[in-house]
Design a protein around this ligand. Structure first.
Ligand code: SF4
Length: 296
């Protein structure tokens, strides 16, 4: 079986740095215990299990502020997705030792929305509802920003004349660049003067562009990643919509159904930015060695 190993794929620098920071923290005897991560450090079950084995506790909940309510002592680690100033302040008020693993690319957006609001802009932020990254960004400038997921949200906007007069657009880092442009174009039909800032990070863009270009000609694309990882799900979408190749997402080799490979000649493999490389290597090795049932 021919395997197209999409490149680049898998761990981005933001995830590598965040995991490294947690590992270092777990090994440091001077860090107050217990050590908690406020939400999943990255959206990947395997990566979380590794940290649990180092004694680091991952807490989950509907949002970062309510997760923090579960902690009364020790150290809290904020994830690569970033957190709002309210969450940081509450952690300090509770006397907790805080370690911030926010990706620098997310910090760029946090800084940008402050700059825009200081200049008098109202912000339309394109992102996923319920995802921790928008939660952090919206919490930076409450009252000056609206979360937009799709065209229907644009239609439902109720803006004051002052907000409408000075509008800016910003985005989550892990969106599909093609979907994002579509929503921006729609916003521009109603608000042509809106100033556009696309904050999709370089790691997300290059992984999406690699799938769009390299999966072409494959019979199937397999995307290795967690169902809660936004950038992973976007790679499935890019394969289907941009490369014209059907795609399936699996968490690891245990979820690969050999029947999917029957009758296929070329299979492309990629992975989300939060997927450990080992999981993807196992999938690639399996497909390379796969023999169709008739030849076995
Ligand atoms: S996907 Fe982009 S923004 Fe998110 S952690 Fe990776 S580099 Fe940072």
């Amino acid at each position: 079986m021919e395997v197209i190993k999409i490149s680049p794929r898998g761990y981005c620098y933001g995830v590598v740095d965040a995991l490294q920071l947690v590992r270092q923290t777990a090994k440091d005897p001077t860090v107050p215990r217990p050590i908690y991560i406020i939400g999943q450090i990255v959206h990947n079950r395997h990566a979380i299990e590794e940290l649990t084995n180092l004694g680091v506790i991952t807490l989950e909940g509907p949002d970062r502020a309510s997760i923090l309510e579960q902690v009364n002592e020790g150290t809290v680690i904020f994830t690569a997705h970033g957190v709002s100033p309210l969450v940081k302040r509450r952690a300090r008020e509770r006397g907790l030792n805080c370690i911030d693993a926010t990706c620098p690319d997310v910090t760029v957006t946090h800084d940008l929305v402050h700059e825009l609001v200081a200049k008098g802009y109202y912000i339309l932020y394109i992102g996923k509802k319920g995802h921790p990254e928008p939660e952090g960004v919206l919490g930076e400038v409450p009252g000056h920003i609206s979360l937009i997921e799709n065209e229907a949200d644009v239609d439902a906007l109720v803006l004051t004349p002052a907000q409408e007069e000075k509008l800016a657009i910003s985005t989550q880092t892990t969106l599909s660049q093609w979907d994002t442009r579509r929503v921006i174009e729609y916003i521009k039909t109603l608000y042509p003067h809106a100033e556009v800032h696309i904050d999709i990070c370089a790691a997300t863009q290059t992984r999406q562009e690699a799938v769009a270009a390299q999966a072409r000609g494959a019979d199937l694309t397999i995307v290795v990643g967690d169902p809660r990882s936004n950038n992973t799900n976007r790679l499935v979408q890019v394969s289907e919509e941009l490369a014209g190749v059907p795609a399936v997402r699996i968490e690891d080799l245990s979820q690969l159904n050999p029947a999917w490979l029957e009758g296929k000649k070329r299979v492309a493999v990629t992975a989300g930015a939060s997927t450990p490389s080992q999981l993807t290597r196992e999938v690639i090795r399996y497909i390379e060695q796969y023999q169709p049932a008739a030849q076995q």
